[in-house]
Design a protein around this ligand. Structure first.
Ligand SMILES: Nc1nc2c(ncn2[C@@H]2O[C@H](COP(=O)(O)OP(=O)(O)O)[C@@H](OP(=O)(O)OP(=O)(O)O)[C@H]2O)c(=O)[nH]1
Ligand SMILES: Nc1nc2c(ncn2[C@@H]2O[C@H](COP(=O)(O)OP(=O)(O)O)[C@@H](OP(=O)(O)OP(=O)(O)O)[C@H]2O)c(=O)[nH]1
Lengths: 192, 192
């Protein structure tokens, strides 16, 4: 997605060979015009897939998913990383490992919001090692729902997440695919 | 806002005299159509106020704030409750007390995203004791920016938050004002 790649180049900061900072428009400040375009693009890509629900994870997944769910005319559900005031025990949960923190944590979705037979579009802001995506997939499958696909705003293609998801048979659609963050610059995967 | 009050009555669950559960459309599953209408209403209320930025707090504040910021054509910033991967020390922070947990925690916004002179619309999903709202106000004022107003989706009018904010001189606009949750039912404040 050209407009997104342009934002990454002009407004992103390469913090290291492994980390791209996009707090200016995605992870802390949100450019709602850009996120609306991102959401519309996801909806366009998946419009023929009979999506019944969009599933993401708090917090950075919410804004990019909002317009996607809106355009697909389905509810948006966000997995919780921590128990909220009104969440009960009636949940589907999965364990997610953090390579950075080297700890495991639990994410959960209330059983009320995933029905067997739902066709779920999983969306998230970043795809790196894929742990969050795999955790969401596990939750969808515990609910006996179908993962229609995984949509990602920014994929770090030099990390194993995408390949592992593809090898497990899932459809992955990333709006920007970063091949490298070396030498302080963003290089995108060549589009075919 | 009639459509919101109707959703609260039809889809909300009164968990106790003090807690209203609206996970079905606001706090876990998000009804994007309803949240878009909520955001448009905030934008309509504050359209003459020279708003330069919308400030909310992760996670439930993001969806109701998205369309408000979009219609006002300003960026949306969400305060963090925990340090993110790309957040540095260059932040405005404030302490927020939780009556339920009886603990204090810190919320923060990067200094990059609040400029002195910004006219900030603070938005959040619930107003109860007002601790989160006060924490956001403190952050705006540390940045030497102006709090143009506080917009709330659901106010629990039987709790002291609103009155304390009004007494401190802030403008509070709540789209639904809950007078009582007694006897398992929602009663709204009488509109004048
Ligand atoms: N900006 C940025 N973020 C990255 C990058 N790579 C991974 N992340 C994000 O870092 C966060 C922490 O990941 P960890 O669970 O510690 O995962 P990891 O060490 O196994 O990669 C996740 O944020 P999250 O769950 O989305 O958190 P939140 O923003 O929703 O709070 C993930 O999306 C990157 O290059 N740039
Ligand atoms: N559903 C619901 N929530 C209520 C109600 N009253 C307060 N809350 C929410 O409860 C959460 C916890 O509040 P605490 O910080 O423990 O505050 P308190 O005990 O002083 O009220 C806050 O969620 P938050 O910060 O918005 O969390 P998140 O949803 O963004 O994760 C607040 O908005 C209510 O009647 N119903």
């Amino acid at each position: 997605m050209e407009r997104l790649k342009q934002a990454i180049v002009e407004r992103g900061i390469v913090l290291s060979e492994h980390v791209l900072k996009v707090d200016t428009f995605l992870n802390h400040q949100i450019d709602t015009g850009l996120m609306a375009a991102v959401g519309e693009e996801f909806a366009r890509i998946f419009q023929q897939d009979g999506i019944t629900k969009v599933l993401t994870i708090e917090s950075s997944g919410i804004a990019p998913s909002f317009m996607a769910a809106s355009k697909l005319e389905v509810p948006l559900v966000f997995a919780r990383k921590r128990k909220s005031l009104t969440m009960d025990e009636h949940v589907y949960a999965s364990r997610v490992y953090s390579f950075t923190k080297r700890t495991e944590s639990e994410i959960a979705v209330s059983k009320d919001f995933l029905a067997s037979g739902d066709r779920v579009l999983i969306l998230d802001d970043f795809l790196a090692n894929g742990q969050a995506a795999k955790g969401l997939i596990e939750i969808v499958e515990k609910a006996e729902a179908v993962v229609a696909g995984v949509g990602i705003v920014i994929e770090k293609s030099f990390q194993p997440g995408r390949e592992q998801l593809i090898n497990s048979g899932y459809r992955v659609e990333s709006l920007a695919r970063v091949a490298s963050l070396e030498n302080g610059r963003v290089t995108f995967v060549e589009s075919e």
